[in-house]
Design a protein around this ligand. Structure first.
Ligand code: CUA
Length: 229
């Protein structure tokens, strides 16, 4: 979960988010190097008086400063494409969670188990317990097993929403009339918070997502209790 003055990415809770952070750092490093170099050159140009009155063309330098940036771009494009396809790869998911965006709450269905479905509303500030997170906690949390491949199906009932959980590296639009798919693997237990990331109306800011990541045997207990009740 993101806390005060955290300008970077959240700690990852899935292998894909780990890769996303590596790529972010890689791209940022290249960006900093280019900014420093260009900044230095521009700064130095202001403080010298070198003039070449007979300079009309420079084939060699033009070749170099055209091809060099193209090669640098390749070093960003190749890992970017690798990640793009990696994020879309589905590896035999053990369970499927369907999440449906509504104005303004999420509803969830565990379609592998008979008739487990519930709505998940934000807890208003005046009803929040002292250990709750304001604007981020919900009345019914998603419970998911850790160390398992999870498929998530996202759609919406009214307008476009976006199911976004930063620590898992998941951000999928829920669009009425469409069913989007992605997958993730949670590699540690804990609470993972997310929010809707598609401007969906007046209460867009108030439809958070909470995932409880638990060991598989706890998950089985939870799911069998839910089926019986
Ligand atoms: Cu749903 Cu913004």
């Amino acid at each position: 979960m993101s806390t005060w003055a955290n300008l970077g990415l959240q700690d990852s809770a899935s292998p894909l988010m780990e890769q996303l952070i590596f790529f972010h750092d890689h791209a940022l490093l290249i960006l900093v190097m280019i900014t420093v170099l260009v900044g230095y050159l521009m700064f130095m140009l202001f403080f010298n008086s070198y003039v070449n009155r007979f300079l009309l063309h420079g084939q060699l330098i033009e070749m170099i400063w055209t091809i060099l940036p193209a090669i640098i771009l390749l070093f960003i494009a190749m890992p970017s494409l690798r990640l793009l396809y990696l994020l879309d790869e589905i590896n035999e998911p053990s369970i499927t969670l369907k999440s449906i965006g509504h104005q303004w709450y999420w509803s969830y269905e565990y379609s592998d188990f008979n008739s487990i479905e519930f709505d998940s509303y934000m807890i208003p500030t005046n009803e929040l317990s002292t250990d709750g997170f304001r604007l981020l906690d919900v009345d019914n949390r998603i419970v998911l097993p850790m160390n398992s491949q999870i498929r998530i199906l996202v759609t919406a009932a009214d307008v476009i929403h976006s199911w976004t959980v930063p620590a898992l590296g998941v951000k999928v639009d829920g669009t009425p009339g469409r069913l989007n798919q992605t997958n993730f693997f949670i590699n540690r237990p804990g609470l993972f918070y997310g929010q809707c990331s598609e401007i969906c109306g007046a209460n867009h800011s108030f439809m958070p997502i909470v995932i409880e990541s638990v060991p598989v045997n706890y998950f089985i207990k939870w799911i069998s209790n839910s089926v019986n009740s």
